[in-house]
Design a protein around this ligand. Structure first.
Ligand code: NAD
Ligand code: MG
Length: 394
C-alpha cells in the first residue's frame, strides 16, 4: 500500500485524487492533506481519510478546522499557515506527494517534499515553470522521481517508456483550444468571465480554465515539457485537437509517432503518476473509438492567442523569465476573474511585465531571487492594470 500526501486536497485535482484513493483503498492511503480555505470540505476529508496531519493555509481558519474535527480519536496534527502546508509536505512516511495546489504557492511545499525524499506527482505546473532552475537540481540531488500528472505530460511520459536515449525527436502537445476556440478573434475583446469559464471538454479549477481560454495553459505546458523531458523549444510543437482524446504525441528519430489516448478524465494521468511503473486494473469506461468519432487537428492561431508565443519566448530565455511570465499571468488572471480587467488585457499585461524584466534577467537564479521576482511581477501587473484605459477600474 502506497502512502501519499495530497496538497490542494479540496480542488479539482485534489478531489479526483481522493476519488482514486476511495476506489482503491488496498493500494493507497493518505498521510497528509492541505488546502487553502475550505474548512468544511477539508474537515470532511479528514474524517473520511484519517490523515496523520493536515493543514489549512489560511491560518485564521485553523480554530474552525480544529472545532470541526474535535471529536476525532486519534486526533490528527492540525496546522495553519504556509509553514503548516510546508510541514504537511515533508511529514512522515508518505512516499509520494501529489501537488494539486494552484500557482507558485506550491513552490515551497514542493521543495520541502523533495528535500524530504518524496516522489512528486506533479499537477502544479506553475511550481516547475517558476522554479525549474532550483527544483530540477534538487530532484537530482535527492534522487526522487518527478512524475507528471498533467494529462499531456503523462501522455508523453507513457509514450516514452521503452524509447532509448536519443530516440526522441519531437514532442507534439495537443490542445483542446479552450472556451473560445470557435469564436472569431474580433469578438474576444468583449468576452465575459462566465464565457471564459465554460470549458468545452474538461472540468477544472478557475485559474487553469482561464489559462485554457487564453492558451497560456499550453504555453506553460511547453515550458513544463522542456523541464520534464529536457527537449529543446524548437522540438516542442502545439496542435489543436478539439476532441481531447489524444492527450499528446511523440515523434521518434525514424519518424514513427506514438500517442496516448483516453477519455478526457484526469484520474487516468493521476493514477499512472501514483502507480508508476505498475498498471492498476480499473473498471473505468474503456475508450471506444467509434463513440469518440472523428479526431481532428488544426494549427494553433498565434495571432488570436499571443500567450503561446510569450511562453515560448520566456522559455527560451530561461532563468528567471518563466517565473516572471508565470507570476504576471497569475496576477492578470486573478484580476480578470475579479472583473477588473478585460480578457485581452491578460496577454498585454504579461508582455509588458516580461519586457520590463529583460534588463534584470538572471540565468541561474537562487530560490530567493525567484520568490522575490514572483512578488515583483505581481506588483508590476497591479500597477500597470491600474492605469489601463478600461471601462472597469482596478
Ligand atoms: P483548484 O483551484 O480546483 O484547486 C486548487 C487547490 O489548491 C485547492 O484545494 C486550494 O485550496 C489549494 N490551495 C491553493 N493555494 C494553496 C496554498 N497556498 N496552500 C495550500 N493549498 C492551497 O485547481 P486545480 O484545477 O485542481 O489545479 C491545481 C493544479 O493542477 C494547477 O497547477 C493546475 O494547473 C494543475 N492541473 C489541473 C488540472 C485539472 O484538471 N484541474 C489538469 C492539469 C493540471
Ligand atoms: Mg494539461
Amino acid at each position: 500500500m502506497k502512502a501519499i500526501t495530497l496538497l490542494g486536497s479540496t480542488g479539482s485535482i485534489g478531489t479526483q485524487t481522493l476519488d482514486i484513493v476511495t476506489q482503491y483503498p488496498d493500494q493507497f492511503r493518505i498521510v497528509g492533506l492541505a488546502a487553502r480555505s475550505n474548512v468544511e470540505l477539508l474537515a470532511a476529508q479528514i474524517r473520511q481519510f484519517c490523515p496523520q496531519i493536515a493543514a489549512i493555509c489560511n491560518a485564521d481558519q485553523l480554530p474552525g478546522l480544529q472545532a470541526a474535527v474535535a471529536d476525532l480519536d486519534p486526533q490528527p496534527i492540525l496546522l495553519g499557515g504556509e509553514a503548516g502546508v510546508v510541514e504537511v509536505a515533508r511529514y512522515g512516511e508518505a512516499e509520494a506527494v501529489v501537488t494539486g495546489i494552484v500557482g507558485c504557492a506550491g513552490l515551497l511545499p514542493t521543495i520541502a517534499a523533495i528535500e524530504a525524499g518524496k516522489d512528486i506527482a506533479l499537477a502544479n505546473k506553475e511550481t516547475l515553470i517558476a522554479g525549474g532552475p532550483v527544483v530540477l537540481p534538487l530532484v537530482q540531488k535527492h534522487g526522487v522521481k518527478l512524475l507528471p500528472a498533467d494529462s499531456e505530460h503523462s501522455a508523453i511520459f507513457q509514450c516514452l517508456q521503452g524509447v532509448p536515449m536519443g530516440g526522441l525527436r519531437r514532442i507534439l502537445l495537443t490542445a483542446s483550444g479552450g472556451s473560445f476556440r470557435d469564436l472569431p478573434v474580433e469578438q474576444l475583446a468583449n468576452v465575459t468571465v462566465a464565457d471564459a469559464l465554460k470549458h468545452p471538454n474538461w472540468s477544472m479549477g478557475q485559474k487553469i480554465t482561464i489559462d485554457s481560454a487564453t492558451l497560456m495553459n499550453k504555453g506553460l505546458e511547453v515550458i513544463e515539457a522542456h523541464y520534464l523531458f529536457g527537449v529543446d523549444y524548437d522540438q516542442i510543437d502545439i496542435v489543436i485537437h478539439p476532441q481531447s482524446i489524444i492527450h499528446s504525441l511523440i515523434e521518434l528519430q525514424d519518424t514513427s509517432v506514438l500517442a496516448q489516448l483516453g477519455w478526457a478524465d484526469m484520474r487516468l494521468p493521476l493514477l499512472y503518476a501514483l502507480s508508476y511503473p505498475e498498471r492498476i486494473a480499473t473498471d473505468w469506461e474503456p475508450l471506444d473509438l467509434v463513440k469518440a468519432g472523428n479526431l481532428t487537428f488544426r494549427e494553433p492561431d498565434h495571432q488570436k492567442y499571443p500567450c503561446m508565443n510569450l511562453a515560448y519566448a520566456a522559455g527560451r530565455m530561461g532563468g528567471t523569465m518563466p517565473a516572471v511570465l508565470n507570476a504576471a499571468n497569475e496576477q492578470a488572471v486573478a484580476l480578470f476573474l475579479a472583473e477588473k480587467i478585460r480578457f485581452l488585457d491578460i496577454p498585454h499585461l504579461i508582455e509588458t511585465i516580461c519586457d520590463r524584466h529583460q534588463a534584470q534577467h538572471q540565468i541561474s537564479p537562487r530560490l530567493e531571487d525567484i520568490l522575490e521576482l514572483d512578488q515583483w511581477a505581481r506588483r508590476e501587473v497591479l500597477a500597470v492594470a491600474g492605469k489601463l484605459e478600461s471601462p472597469v477600474a482596478v
